[in-house]
Write a protein that binds this ligand. Structure first.
Ligand code: C5P
Length: 305
């Protein structure tokens, strides 16, 4: 086998609470990941040249050592003594820096592809360990399940199994602004214990509630009780982002006012999403929202994958 073409999906955080600071400077999280159908495509092939070559259709993505895919390839080459080179072409569909885990997913896909292409025979557990050296969300994509609970930095995973078929639709509204994860966590620190109240931008988000705990939410997922699940979704970082970014808070408020459903944020944002069960309804809302928000946002319809 000399080449592979693989999908590299995005994720949503259906639940994300920050439990505290860790000695390593990161934050201790509890999060519920969902893998969704919005995906990049990776074309990966072995080359005779000893170099790692990465290209990306999105010109804002650096393709050198700063790229997580490059780092994943370099790491495996170093650790397993791979002599050959490789070329990885990324066709980007997932918005960059949006809280959708695109870069992490690409790195995970590269790890899985190299394991197969070079016959490295690394176990899933071994790959997950490597994934956690690369970033906080990479392991979830290596696990390759629909839903998983992430603890620690986010990479200590437990799969959440749901019996039978369950598929959600998600309207994704991605404000055209880039947000640095590091800065969102930094702002959380500055807000300290009073953080749940935020600094206030005059917007009324009604988000001063605490997360109800992921244990409340999991039974709703397993019982497929979507309206209770929707009410239990929570993201500790939403208020931080809305209080520090007027543009995102304006989009949030307009989307909220449209009454399509509860508005949630994924990861450290700025992606906002609405949970829906019915495809026809989701499609109708998607066209309406795209018409209305297209100047300010990228709008997608995605499902559980
Ligand atoms: O691991 P990743 O590169 O996705 O994290 C980006 C940044 O987000 C980190 O440098 C860190 O500042 C912050 N972060 C954190 N705690 C986490 C995950 C990320 O503080 N659990």
């Amino acid at each position: 086998m000399n080449a592979l073409v693989l999908s590299s999906p995005a994720k949503l955080n259906l639940y994300l609470d920050v439990l505290g600071r860790r000695p390593d400077g990161y934050h201790e999280l509890i999060t519920l990941f969902e893998r969704i159908s919005l995906a990049d495509t990776l074309f990966i092939r072995r080359t005779r040249r000893r170099a790692i070559q990465v290209t990306c259709t999105d010109p804002t993505v650096p393709c050198d050592r700063r790229n997580l895919v490059y780092q994943a390839a370099a790491f495996l080459r170093r650790t397993y003594g791979v002599k050959e080179g490789m070329r990885i072409d990324i066709k980007k569909n997932i918005p960059v820096g949006a809280g959708l885990g695109g870069g992490s997913s690409n790195a995970a896909t590269a790890l899985l592809a190299m394991n197969r292409l070079f016959g490295l025979k690394i176990s899933r557990a071994g790959l997950i360990e490597h994934a956690n050296e690369l970033g906080s969300d990479v392991a979830f994509f290596v696990l390759g399940r629909k839903w998983a609970l992430g603890r620690g930095r986010g990479g200590d995973l437990t799969e959440i199994k749901v019996s039978g078929r369950l598929k959600f639709w998600h309207l994704l509204v991605v404000p055209k602004v880039s947000i640095l994860t590091k800065e969102v966590y930094g702002a959380l620190k500055r807000q300290g214990k009073g953080g749940r109240r935020g600094r206030g931008t005059g917007a009324t988000f009604g988000l001063t509630k605490k997360g109800g705990g992921v244990n409340i939410l999991l039974p709703y997922l397993k019982e497929k009780d979507i309206s209770s699940l929707d009410r239990a979704l929570y993201n500790r970082l939403t208020e931080v982002v809305l209080n520090s970014n007027t543009f995102v808070s304006e989009v949030y408020n307009s989307l909220h006012a449209c009454n399509y459903g509860r508005v949630h944020m994924s990861g450290s944002g700025p992606t906002l999403f609405v949970l829906m069960r019915d495809y026809a309804e989701a499609q109708r809302v998607f066209y309406a929202v795209r018409r209305r928000f297209r100047d300010r946002c990228r709008v997608f319809l995605a499902s559980t994958w």
